[in-house]
Design a protein around this ligand. Structure first.
Ligand code: PEP
Ligand code: MG
Length: 355
C-alpha cells in the first residue's frame, strides 16, 4: 500500500514498523553461520529460488545451500532474439560457480501463459494457462530447446548441475526430453566440445496429473521438485494472478495438502529425492506443514532464507508431524491454518513475526 500524503499518525506507525522489521532482521542474521537443523536436530536443506542474476549475491550471502530453482525465462522475455547456446552456458556456469560446491537445479524454459519473448510468434489463446506453454513449447520447437540442453550439458562438465522440466503432465514429456538430452550429449562428444555425458533430469510436480502419475513419473525421473504455485492454481482452478481470488489461492486447502503428502509418500517408496520450490515454502506457517509432511529440502526466495532458518531452528519436527497429521484430516483451508498456528504457538511468538 502506498500512502501518497500520510498523516502524522500514519507516518509514525510506518516508522515503528520499519524499526521492528530491522530488529527482526538483525535477529535472523544471528543464525547465518548456524547449521540449518530443527530444534531436535533434523537437517533441513535450504536452497534459493533465483529468477534474475541480481538475486545471486543475496542468496549466497544468506547462506543458500545451492539453488533449487533457477528460472531461465529472463534470458528470453523482453528480448528481441533468443539466447545463444554460448550465452546460456556462460550464465549457467556463472551461477554454478557462485554456489559451488553446492548443486544448482536449472529449470528449462517455462515460457507461455503470459511470458512469450518478442522473438517468438505465439498465437493468442483463450486460456493461456491451459494452453501452449512450458515443456509443450520446448518439445514443439527443438530449435529453442536443443541449444538449452546443450548449454546445460556444457555448463555441467565440471560443476554439479541438475536439469528439471516444468508443467509435466505425462511420462512422454520426460522420456522425450531425455532422448534429446542424450542426443545432444552424443553430438557434443562427437564435436569434441567439453561437456557432461549426462546430468540428473527431474520433473516439477506442479499439476494434479503429475501427482496422480507420481509413481510412474518416478520411474523416468531422477528427482521431483514440487511447484506449489501452479499446483495450487491447477488443483483449485484458481488463477494465481487474480487479485479477486487471492483469498482462495491457498496451499492450505485440504486438496493441496493431501497432494503434498502423496508426493512425499511416492518419493520415499520409489527412492526419489524430493524438494519444494513453490512460494509456499517461504511462508513460516506452511514451513511447519511441509516439515511435518516429511519434506527435508526446500527452495525459497533469497530474502526469506535467514528467517526460515531461524524459525526451523526453533521447531521440533515431532510437533510439525503432529500438526500435519491433524491437517490431513481437516476439512477447510481455514482449519488447516488454525492447526498450524496452534502447533507453532509454544515455540514462536507469531505476532512478533508479524503473523
Ligand atoms: C511453481 O509453480 O510453484 C513454481 C515454482 O514455478 P513458477 O512460479 O515459476 O511457475
Ligand atoms: Mg510453475
Amino acid at each position: 500500500t502506498v500512502i501518497i500524503t500520510p498523516t502524522r499518525d500514519e507516518l509514525a506507525a510506518a516508522r515503528l514498523k520499519v524499526t521492528k522489521r530491522q530488529k527482526l532482521e538483525l535477529t535472523f542474521e544471528g543464525v547465518l553461520s548456524e547449521p540449518s537443523v530443527t530444534l531436535d536436530g533434523t537437517a533441513i536443506r535450504l536452497q534459493a529460488n533465483v529468477d534474475l542474476p541480481e538475486e545471486i549475491d543475496l542468496a549466497v550471502r544468506h547462506g543458500a545451500q545451492g539453488v533449487g530453482l533457477l528460472r531461465t525465462e529472463f534470458l528470453v522475455t523482453g528480448k528481441t532474439h533468443l539466447p545463444t547456446e554460448d550465452e546460456q552456458t556462460d550464465y549457467f556456469r556463472r551461477v554454478a560457480s557462485a554456489f559451488a560446491p553446492n548443486p544448482i537445479t536449472i529449470r528449462t524454459f517455462d515460457l507461455g501463459g503470459d511470458k512469450f519473448p518478442a522473438a517468438f510468434e505465439a498465437a493468442n489463446e483463450a486460456n493461456p494457462f491451459l494452453g501452449w506453454r512450458s515443456i509443450r513449447v520446448c518439445l514443439d520447437h527443438e530449435e529453442l530447446f536443443r541449444p538449452q540442453l546443450r548449454a546445460l550439458l556444457r555448463a555441467a562438465r565440471d560443476r554439479p548441475i541438475r536439469a528439471m522440466i516444468p508443467l509435466v503432465t505425462n511420462l512422454e514429456e520426460v522420456t522425450r526430453t531425455r532422448v534429446l538430452l542424450n542426443e545432444e550429449a552424443a553430438s557434443l562428444a562427437a564435436e569434441g566440445i567439453p561437456a557432461a555425458a549426462s546430468i540428473p533430469l527431474g520433473v516439477m510436480v506442479e499439476t494434479p496429473a503429475a501427482v496422480i502419475l507420481a509413481d510412474q513419473l518416478a520411474s523416468v525421473s531422477d528427482f521431483f521438485s514440487v511447484g506449489t504455485n501452479d499446483l495450487t492454481q491447477y488443483t483449485l482452478a484458481v488463477d494465481r494472478g487474480n487479485a479477486r481470488l487471492a483469498p482462495r489461492f491457498t496451499p492450505h486447502d485440504p486438496a493441496v495438502v493431501r497432494q503434498l503428502a502423496r508426493i512425499v509418500t511416492v518419493a520415499h517408496e520409489t527412492d526419489t529425492p524430493v524438494s519444494v520450490c513453490g512460494e509456499m515454502a517461504s511462508d513460516p506457517l506452511t514451513l511447519v506443514l511441509l516439515l511435518g509432511i516429511g519434506y527435508r529440502e526446500l527452495s525459497v526466495s533469497p530474502p526469506t532464507l535467514l528467517m526460515l532458518k531461524w524459525i526451523l531452528r526453533s521447531l521440533p519436527v515431532a510437533a510439525c508431524e503432529a500438526a500435519a497429521t491433524e491437517a490431513l484430516s481437516a476439512v477447510s483451508a481455514k482449519a488447516v491454518a488454525e492447526i498450524l498456528r496452534q502447533a507453532v504457538t509454544p515455540y514462536l511468538d507469531l505476532p512478533q513475526l508479524g503473523l
